[in-house]
Design a protein around this ligand. Structure first.
Ligand SMILES: C[S@@+](CC[C@H](N)C(=O)[O-])C[C@H]1O[C@@H](n2cnc3c(N)ncnc32)[C@H](O)[C@@H]1O
Length: 276
C-alpha cells in the first residue's frame, strides 16, 4: 500500500533522512529486546514501523516468519536489502501505514511488535484498532514507546527539537502520548482490549556509537528526520548554533562510555504488553 509523500507529512518526515544511520546505534538493544520476547520457530510476527529491521531481523534469525511494515519506502528497501544479505527468506518488508493496515487480514499474527514505530503514526485510536484487529485471539502485542518528559535521551531530543520548531497543526496528537499509561489504556480499550490485559514496564535502550557524543549529534542532524526539521526551523530563526549547543550538552551529559572517543547513552522507554 504505497502512500503519497507529497500529501503525507508523516511519511515525508521519515523518508527525509536516513534512519539507518541512527538504527545502527540501536542494534544491540534491538537484539536483546527480541530475545526477551520468547520468539519461536514459525511464530507469525508483524513488526510495525519496523525501520530497516532492528527488531525484525533478529526475530527472523530466531526462526519467526516476519512481515515488517513501514511507511518509509527508503527504509523498506534498506530492510529488504539487509534481509537478503543475511540470507533470510522468512523476512519481508513492505510499505504500509499503521493507521490503516488494509492489506493485512484479521487475526493473522501471533505477535505484533512495534518499537518506537507505530507511536509516530498520526491517528493513535486507528493504530490501536488496527494492531488489535490483525493480532489473533491468544496473541500478543508489544510496543516500545518513548515517555514524555522523561529525562533520558530521546524524550529530551524530541522536547528540545519541538522548542525550536513551529507549533504543530491543530488536531496534532503528540507521539509521546503513547508513553502515557492512561492514553494507551484509552486507545486499546476502545479497540476492545480489556484493561487487565494491558501491562506496562520501564525498559532501557542503549545507543552505542563509535565516535564522540558531538559526532553522534552530527548524525542526528544529518539523518534523523525530526532533528533535521528542528535544525531547518532553527536556522530560519537564526538559532541553529543554540540548538547545536543544547543537543551537544545533552548528549555529552548522558554519555556513560568511559572511553572519550565512544558514546553509550541509555534511554528509558515504556514497554507495553497486550494479551489479545
Ligand atoms: C524511530 S523509527 C524506529 C524504527 C524501528 N522500529 C527501530 O526500532 O529501529 C520510527 C519508524 O516508524 C516508521 N513510521 C512512522 N510513522 C509510521 C506509520 N504511520 N506507519 C508505519 N510506519 C511508520 C518510520 O518510517 C520509522 O521507520
Amino acid at each position: 500500500m504505497a502512500t503519497d509523500v507529497t500529501s503525507n507529512p508523516n511519511k515525508a518526515l521519515w523518508e527525509k533522512g536516513d534512519f539507518t544511520r541512527i538504527a545502527e546505534t540501536m542494534r544491540e538493544s534491538g537484539e536483546a529486546l527480541v530475545k526477551s520476547l520468547g520468539v519461536t520457530e514459525g511464530l507469525k510476527v508483524l513488526d510495525l514501523g519496523s525501520g530497516d529491521g532492528t527488531t525484525a531481523l533478529p526475530a527472523a534469525q530466531l526462526g519467526a516468519d516476519v512481515l515488517a511494515v513501514d511507511i518509509a519506502s527508503n527504509l523498506v528497501a534498506a530492510g529488504n536489502a539487509r534481509a537478503q544479505s543475511a540470507g533470510l527468506t522468512n523476512l519481508r518488508f513492505q510499505e504500509g501505514d499503521a493507521c490503516d493496515l488494509r492489506d493485512l487480514e484479521d487475526d493473522s499474527f501471533d505477535l505484533v511488535v512495534s518499537i518506537f514505530g507505530a507511536m509516530f503514526a498520526p491517528k493513535p485510536f486507528d493504530v490501536a484498532k488496527e494492531v488489535v484487529r490483525v493480532t489473533r485471539p491468544g496473541g500478543r502485542i508489544v510496543m516500545g514507546n518513548w515517555i514524555p518528559n522523561d529525562p533520558t535521551l530521546v524524550a529530551q531530543i524530541l522536547k528540545t527539537s519541538s522548542a525550536y520548531s513551529p507549533p504543530p497543526p491543530e488536531g496534532f496528537v503528540s507521539p509521546m502520548t503513547w508513553g502515557v499509561e492512561s492514553d494507551v489504556i484509552a486507545r486499546l480499550t476502545a479497540a476492545g482490549v480489556p484493561e487487565e490485559s494491558i501491562s506496562f514496564e520501564r525498559d532501557t535502550y542503549t545507543f552505542n556509537y563509535a565516535g564522540t557524543p558531538s559526532e553522534l549529534v552530527a548524525e542526528f542532524r544529518a539523518y534523523y528526520g525530526p532533528t533535521m526539521n528542528a535544525f531547518e526551523a532553527a536556522s530560519a530563526d537564526g538559532r541553529e548554533a543554540d540548538l547545536q549547543a543544547e543537543l551537544e550538552a545533552l548528549f555529552n551529559s548522558q554519555n556513560t562510555n568511559p572511553n572519550g572517543n565512544a558514546t553509550s547513552i541509555p534511554a528509558t522507554f515504556m514497554r507495553v504488553t497486550v494479551m489479545v
